[in-house]
Design a protein around this ligand. Structure first.
Ligand code: NAD
Length: 490
């Protein structure tokens, strides 16, 4: 096994303790965070650890930048150009971003470079087109001799809190609309994966973003995250993470009644009907769950298969699982799947697998830690799962798929909807009437039909029920980071 050589920029970046990025400067802290490499379990890098004091400093820098208005009242064309330039720089340095995410997240380097970094650039480019399209309206009011119009304004300082599964991409999903709408930002990446977002802060300055517009403050959730969510200088929190943390953020936001948008957990139902094109549905359903090693909020982890095709589908899934290679993110040649993010997460996932067996499930593939120093779990498929089993209800957030049998459309719809979550759902069928009926009735923010996982910067993304509220992409994302003022002129 050989490792892909580190790019000199990456080697230099991880060789020294990275400071916080506040007001365009690097800020050291008394304590640091040790970032581990999940492919080896070994220490990878140290970064500064933000506490409440540093969050104060970052919010103050973002407030100054907002009030000075160098970004907020900059002409829309100038704002677009900076965002466009930032997208170009991310694309030019996709290999650097890819190596940083492959190292601290563990995902295969080629995926981190060609998917995460390239999509991040594409996302920013879409929002770079927005600044000159954020329009108000003139309103035909009843009071005579009055002009009433609306202005769509930025909300102010936005606190963005992101998870570890797509370190760069999740940050960019929030950052791009927040900046396009004219806000300034304090971004707290996950303590597990802060590297690519720190590098992004440097690139943003290079692209021409005024200092203080983007501040990056790695830190622990209960320390830095909680301080940011509660801060009275923050007007809006955009959060992606677990439903449990989402609840804590809503509570913390009550102090100054800041706006909150939440992209939370999921337990997506994926349904294969008897009339599905199985040649597409089987690999489609496999990757619906095992893409990003199952560490996706949209993972199709509850797979319902019609009884008539159940055995064929299960056999196909097992065959794919057994043919995959699992290995380090920086391995050369690359692997299909990397490690899970941490030892704690690995133990939690394997605990779910053991629990499912105790409740009557049958491990059909994988099921135990794979060899090597890192935190590897091969793709794990559990058959004989019933709706009341813990594995069918709790988000596992790892490479574990539950397969369940059904016989009837109404039955499977009710079962698919019987979850506290509602982020995504999917179905595989050739019957257009069934497809329409099911797509309407599935309780989810996104429904995929004969495909899975597609997103686009222009198409709204978000959850219903306990998967959160707010839509992150498209015009709705601009609304999420704006507020409307009504002006009356006599
Ligand atoms: P997490 O909730 O543990 O952490 C997410 C972020 O919140 C991290 O930056 C963490 O430091 C911070 N945090 C933790 N406690 C906090 C607190 N009390 N106050 C403020 N911030 C706090 O989630 P995770 O383990 O990093 O990510 C996995 C979860 O994220 C899964 O549940 C997954 O479904 C969800 N997720 C959702 C989406 C989506 O778009 N809906 C996307 C990716 C991940």
């Amino acid at each position: 096994m050989t490792m892909i050589p580190l790019l000199p920029e990456v080697a230099q970046f991880i060789a020294r303790t990275q400071g916080l990025r506040i007001g365009g400067k690097e800020v050291e802290t008394p304590q640091s965070l040790r970032v581990l490499n999940p492919s080896t379990g070994a220490p990878l890098a140290d970064v500064a650890r933000s506490g409440a004091r540093e969050i104060d400093l970052a919010v103050a820098a973002a407030t100054r930048a907002f009030q000075k208005g160098r970004w907020t009242i900059m002409g829309p064309d100038a704002r677009s150009r900076i965002l466009w330039r930032l997208a170009d720089l991310i694309e030019e340095r996709a290999a650097i971003f890819g190596q940083l995410d492959a190292l601290d997240n563990g995902k295969p380097f080629a995926v981190a470079r060609d998917v995460d970094a390239v999509w991040a650039a594409r996302h920013i480019r879409y929002f770079a087109g927005w600044p000159d399209k954020i329009e108000g309206a003139t309103i035909p009011v009843n009071i005579p001799d009055r002009l009433n119009y609306t202005r769509v304004e930025p909300v102010g300082v936005c606190g963005l809190i992101t998870p570890w599964n797509y370190p760069l991409l999740m940050a960019v999903w929030k950052l791009a609309p927040a900046l396009a709408a004219g806000n300034t930002v304090v971004l707290k990446p996950s303590e597990e994966t802060p590297l690519s977002v720190l590098y992004l802060a440097d690139i943003a300055l290079e692209a021409g973003l005024p200092p203080g517009v983007l501040n990056v403050v790695p830190g622990l959730g209960f320390e830095a995250g909680a301080a940011l969510a509660a801060h009275h200088g923050v007007s809006k929190v955009g959060f992606t993470g677990s439903t449990q943390t989402g609840r804590a953020i809503v509570e913390a936001s009550a102090g100054n009644l800041k706006k909150v948008s939440l992209e939370l957990g999921g337990k997506a139902a994926n349904i294969i009907f008897a009339d599905a094109d199985l040649a597409r549905a089987i690999p489609g359903a496999f990757w619906a769950n095992f893409g990003n090693n199952g560490q996706s909020c949209t993972a199709g982890s509850r797979l319902f298969v019609h009884a008539d095709v159940y055995d064929t589908v299960v056999a196909g899934l097992i065959e794919i699982a057994q043919g995959l290679r699992v290995g380090p993110g920086m391995d050369d040649p690359g692997h299909d799947l990397g490690p899970v993010i941490s030892e704690r997460q690995m133990e939690m996932i394997l605990g779910h697998v053991d629990g499912s067996q105790a409740q009557g499930g049958e491990v059909l593939a994988g099921g135990a830690r794979a060899g090597g120093e890192g935190w590897f779990i091969p793709p794990t498929i559990i058959g004989g799962v019933s709706d009341d089993m813990t594995i069918a209800q709790k988000e596992v957030f790892g490479p574990v798929l539950s397969v369940m049998k059904f016989t009837d459309d109404a039955e499977v719809l009710a079962r698919a909807n019987s979850s506290i979550y509602g982020l995504a759902a999917g179905l595989w069928s050739q019957d257009v009437t069934r497809v329409r009926r099911m797509a309407d009735a599935l309780q989810a923010g996104t429904v995929w039909v004969n495909c899975w996982g597609e997103t686009d910067a222009a198409s709204p993304f978000g959850g219903v029920k306990q998967s959160g509220y707010g839509r992150e992409m498209g015009r709705e994302a601009i609304a999420l980071y704006s507020q409307t003022k009504s002006v009356w002129i006599a």
